[in-house]
Design a protein around this ligand. Structure first.
Ligand code: SF4
Length: 748
């Protein structure tokens, strides 16, 4: 089905087609893929890719193809429901109206403020989903509280990449140049095909990360781009790469420092760029002498000659870029890994170069509204933000609380958090390290509201009130890749159907905002707000619907034309005005301004005694096509494809432990254990296992204590909870140790 130009909805009153851009719920990153929704008799019955979408061009993942199964699922939360606090964990929900729900929330907010102050309300947000755009607004504009966070230890998801980019070169998120800004894409004469893309700790065709539709990589491979992959696993992409660097999990910084060593010592860097636009080369040169390739080979398990070859190939390519993923952040060395990746791009002249990495200006296509909402929080309260006193860096470096400090605050004897809002976060079945502690800690809070599309272990076990969230098929909205930090387009989300009384994240925020802080919400309708958001581009929301997507103009080498700095001066928006190979911002915070390698806290080398008991390196969380973190477990077609959690084990390791393909195994370390099914594969090193994350079983008893088997396969049972590095960013989700033994089943 092709939509007629200028139309977003065609058909009759009950049977029609709607063109839209995907976001969530259900979960996905803000890629904004193009969909045509089929509605028959007022019900969503089918989905197909929109061939006219400039980026996705008709392609979709199974998650979007299964959208009708989500939208029409019998277990959805369809209206607000409450229960008595004493009944937490029991299925004793009582349906109430939206007005009753909002009245109850206002009453509880006022009680909390009276007892604990405005900062007594804490908001948690889940990853990637549309909620990510609006939960900080809920905290700042509606509750006027500075306390807002995720639950991810070390804030180790996407934030560090953005933050470190901001400190070192002062721009929005750096994405590989895939001609996304150009309507005629790869045929645009300004674009240069990357000769090499280094895919670092990422599996983009499966995960479709925040602002990137992974199949663009395939498009470019078909045109001749070659890959270098850096991953503990041989992924589908790695099996097609020219060079595969199969490193020990958590040692990325050592590998990068050795590559920088080769590039600098062999004089392979872009001298013109470095001389004119970089600060601190001599310091960096001295530092990387600490990491010759032979030393890095011993640390990373990547052969020395492969490290040297990869560095030379990348530096000498006519055009090249690096795609860096979540794995770069989920180690204790996260800050330095991100720092080194940017350094490798800068030294080789790839910053904002055609076929290199594109860097976005800070301006967003939806204006500054979202970033300005902190103005509704009393400045004195910012000092009282959880964690700010003990970790002063977090005050100036972050706009939210460090999740680890929030867990500590929830466990304090003198609890000062009276109300919690959980927006689309399945806290202990998904990202939370030490999951049982999160359950115990949140159980202490007096009043908890949760917003979601399904009952999850989190909202079933601790919420007193649940609010239904609409899917993106059920509301109007906007989608911006990379949350606007490097957005090649702005897409319209168009409402196609209505299901129950579900509301979008923004509808709920605005309804509550009008009661608690009406000055912050001057709009009468959602459409008025959407008009306001897109107005700066010279069109209305209705215009955008008709266009489908808006692609802004783009130019390369923006640091030469003053487009990266608010003051319009040439250069980068940093302390020195240059790209900082020695970070003055890091130095000001007491962090080493230069990169350094830190061995994972638990490893065969750091803790050899422990490694006697737990001899395998454990890495976790590789993505699947059939789920978005803990979501989609109840979607029949997707669950049929991936019915159980899988731990990948090398056949030699399995044989040594008496494990056969398909056996249930116990994965265990000094912190805890869980059960998953063994998949024997040569894709992992014999010394490493890879386990899936975010598994629970919605088909099981959802009441406490079972709560959908929340802890049975939860790999984060093996995760510690501690702050790492001097900026407290990063965590060991990807680099733990464990042993694996055969068991008879999930409940053995
Ligand atoms: S990346 Fe895949 S799941 Fe996500 S919106 Fe696009 S098609 Fe849907």
């Amino acid at each position: 089905m092709r939509m007629p130009k200028g139309e977003w909805k065609v058909g009759t009153k009950d049977d029609y087609y709607v063109r839209t851009s995907a976001w969530s719920a259900p979960g996905c990153h803000p890629v904004g893929c193009g969909l045509i929704l089929h509605i028959e008799d007022g019900k969503l019955t089918g989905v197909e890719g929109d061939k006219d979408h400039p980026l996705t061009q008709g392609r979709l993942c199974p998650r979007c193809l299964a959208l009708p199964e989500v939208v029409n699922h019998p277990d959805r939360i369809l209206y607000p429901m409450k229960r008595a606090r004493k009944d937490r964990g029991k299925n004793t929900w009582e349906r109430i109206t939206w007005d009753e729900a909002l009245d109850l929330i206002v009453e509880k907010v006022e009680e909390t403020r009276e007892r604990y102050g405005y900062e007594g309300v804490h908001t948690f947000g889940g990853t990637g989903r549309e909620a990510t755009f609006y939960y900080p607004v809920l905290s700042y504009s509606v509750f006027q509280s500075p306390n807002v966070s995720t639950v991810i230890s070390g804030d180790s998801c996407y934030g560090p990449r953005c933050m470190i980019t901001n400190f070192i070169l002062g721009t929005g998120y750096p994405e590989i140049d895939h001609a996304a800004y150009f309507p005629d894409r790869y045929d645009d004469p300004r674009f240069v095909l990357p000769e090499y893309v280094m895919v670092w700790g990422k599996n983009p065709i499966v995960s479709n990360p925040d602002g990137f539709f992974g199949h663009a990589l395939i498009d470019m491979m078909k045109r001749g781009t070659k890959l270098i992959t850096v991953d503990p696993r041989i992924t589908w992409l790695a099996s097609r790469a020219e060079i595969t660097l199969q490193l020990r999990p958590g040692t990325d910084t050592a590998l990068l420092m050795a590559m920088l060593n080769v590039v600098i010592n062999e004089g392979l860097y872009d001298k013109e760029f470095v001389e004119k636009w970089c600060y601190g080369l001599e310091d960096l040169k001295e530092r990387v002498q600490d990491m010759p390739p032979a030393k890095a080979a011993a640390i990373t398990w990547v052969p020395e000659e492969k490290i040297i070859r990869a560095a030379r190939v990348f530096a000498q390519a006519k055009s090249a870029s690096i795609q860096w993923g979540l794995a770069t952040e989920m180690s204790q060395n996260a800050v330095q890994t991100c720092q080194c990746i940017l350094y490798l791009c800068a030294l080789t002249g790839r910053i904002d170069a055609p076929g290199g990495i594109s860097v976005g200006p800070k301006a967003s296509l939806t204006g500054k509204w979202r970033y300005e909402q902190i103005k509704w929080v009393n400045p004195e309260l910012i000092d009282k933000r959880i964690g700010n006193e003990e970790y002063p860096v977090s005050k100036s470096a972050l706009t939210n609380c460090l999740a680890d400090t929030v867990l500590d605050a929830l466990e304090e004897e003198d609890l000062k958090i009276g109300m919690v809002w959980i927006n689309s976060s399945n806290v202990w079945s998904c990202p939370g390290a030490v999951p049982e502690r999160w359950l115990a800690a949140l159980s202490r809070v007096e009043f908890i509201v949760a917003q979601d599309i399904f009952l999850t272990p989190a909202n079933m076990s601790v919420a007193d009130l649940v609010l239904p969230v609409s899917t993106f098929a059920e509301h109007d909205g906007l989608v911006l890749p990379h949350f606007g930090r490097n957005a090649p387009y702005l897409g319209a989300i168009n409402k196609a159907v209505e299901v129950g009384e579900a509301r979008s994240d923004f509808e709920t925020v605005m309804a509550l905002g009008k009661r608690l802080n009406p000055d912050a919400f001057p709009w009468e309708t959602v459409e008025e707000f959407l008009d306001y958001s897109v107005y700066g581009n010279g069109f209305s929301f209705d215009d955008l619907r008709k266009m489908g997507q808006f692609q802004p103009d783009y130019s390369y080498y923006k640091y030469e034309s003053g487009k990266l700095r608010e003051d319009g001066e040439v250069g980068f928006d940093t302390v020195t005005g240059l790209f900082e190979l020695r970070s003055l911002q890091f130095e000001a915070w007491g962090e080493d301004p230069l990169p350094y390698y830190q061995e994972p806290t638990f490893s065969p080398y750091a803790t050899p005694d422990l490694a006697q008991d737990y001899p395998l390196v454990l890495t976790t969380g590789g993505r699947k096509y059939t789920s978005f973190h803990s979501e989609h477990r109840q979607v029949p077609t997707l669950r049929e494809i991936d019915p159980w959690p899988i731990v990948q084990i090398h056949p030699d390791t399995a044989a040594k432990n008496g494990i056969s393909d398909g056996d249930w195994v116990c994965i265990e370390n000094q912190y805890g254990s869980c059960r998953q099914k063994a998949k024997l594969t040569y894709a992992v090193d014999p010394r490493v296992v890879h386990a899936e994350h975010a598994w629970w079983y919605p088909e099981q008893d959802m009441e406490l204590p079972n709560q959908g088997g929340a802890f049975k396969s939860q790999i984060n049972n093996l995760m510690p909870h501690f702050m790492t590095g001097k900026l407290y960013i990063g965590s060991p989700y990807k680099c733990l140790i464990c042993r694996v033994t055969k068991v008879s089943g999930l409940d053995d």
